[in-house]
Unconditional design. Sequence first.
Length: 135
Amino acid sequence: MKKVFLILTVLLLCFTLCGCDKRKPGILFNSEPITRENLMKASRSFEAGKPIYYLFYSPKEIKSEFIRVQVGKTGDNVPKGGYNVVWSCDYRIMKQNAYYYYNHFVLNQPGRYVMQVFDVNNLSIPITWNYFYVY
């Protein structure tokens, strides 16, 4: 009986202390258009000059009419605190897609990058962010 209780306790701790949280918004990247079949094959390494597809998702409905998607290059030799914005664009969130936004972009310079998604009504704190590499 003690062994069963110990195993159940360990399993419960594993699930509650895991680093993934499905209640938080996030960004998935892929080198191919994102579909249900390749959704779990997300990547963070991409070839320069090739499209980078991304999916921004939120468990709660996005209340804002617009979001700002911003890509910044990070590194030790980048001025302004190690972060330099290389691409930014505002997008309208449609009511039928109130829980996600999907698009793609192309970067031609290798390096470490970070993508941030903002509510245009609050540009000081990103809704979510994720990093990726271009080689």
